[in-house]
Design a protein around this ligand. Sequence first.
Ligand SMILES: *Cc1c(COP(=O)(O)O)cnc(C)c1O
Length: 393
Amino acid sequence: MAENDGKKGQQGPETILTHTGRHPERHFGFVNTPVYRGSTVVFPTLDALESTEPRFDYGRTGNPSSAAVEECISALEGAAGTVLAPSGLSAIALALLTVLSAGDEVLVTDSAYQPTRRVSDGVLARMGVAVRYYDPRIGAGIAARITDKTKAIFVESPASLTFEVQDLPAIAAIANARDIAVIVDNSWATPLYYHPLAMGADIVIHAGTKMFVGHSDAMFGTASANEKWFKALKDTHVRLGLCASPDDCFLAARGLRTLALRMKEHSARSTEIAGWLEGQAGVRRVIHPALPSHPDHALFRRDFTGAGSVFSVLLEPKPRAALAAMVDGLGLFGMGWSWGGYESLCLPIHPEKIRTAVKWQEPGPMLRLHIGLEDVDDLKADLAAALQRYCAA
Ligand SMILES: *Cc1c(COP(=O)(O)O)cnc(C)c1O
């Protein structure tokens, strides 16, 4: 069997997921790239030690376990290259530190994942970068927010609590013309359903912890860049000393092999349950980009080929005790901060406490649901009983 480098661009994503980054011929024929746990790499000769291009030279800068994942993600994203990080958040910090310097300004979507705001406000600001938040629905209006100091625009589409879909092609066209780097958090849709680099973004990050790993058993992050930015991304990655554990690389590689199948199920199930929830008593509004009721549904249809597993639900206003009665009695939905695993989650959220550029003014408690791989009817029954408790309380 010939080696598959996955970079030819002709193969479908499902083939990339099953073949790219695997090199059985380098591992005695074993199908999967093993866990290369190691720090020290020894060299047989002075020539080998001093060679300018050793494939691997030290544990922190990579090994076959990390290279396997990098290859696969680069092929999926159509990126010049990918680097790995110990978490999604560290991949976000890396991307921002790659493109920004003291005196610069960064525009961050007001809908960004809250820790993205924390690294911006708490670290970038301290290093002399001005952080400004913008309306996620700004689209081409971003031009009015740009100054000669703007060096980066951070996009998260859709937002992972409030699910606004951003007009990335419009934002990227303006940014590209002004040499402003566009960073996109693509954790929700994954490279199967959304292609930020093809739409003009420069760096794409993933909370690999979520869909890539897919089993709620590892922390992981990736950052992939186009030709223009990959060298700087790699350089900053090396200088910051970021790396992912070889065991977690193995778990990410294993998760990726089934990503297409899992996403197909998560997409169909989240869309079905979101549509079903729209008709239920106690529910005021469902926010899922794949539903025609979503205000950005047309953008979603234009730019995405499938949906992620998470969406939000606004309930009719009721006291906290009613919400507690609802969520405390859930049988299948767990209450937890993450998503992306095979198991369903339900999390009360408070975007009104986070937003600064555009106030979040929807009344009533808000829940974020992650739809896992359980039987859909069982999930509906769990939610129906929960809504009954809510309405009765
Ligand atoms: C979870 C998450 C992250 C951060 O990933 P970690 O691995 O938890 O650091 C980033 N972006 C989004 C949208 C997320 O949901």
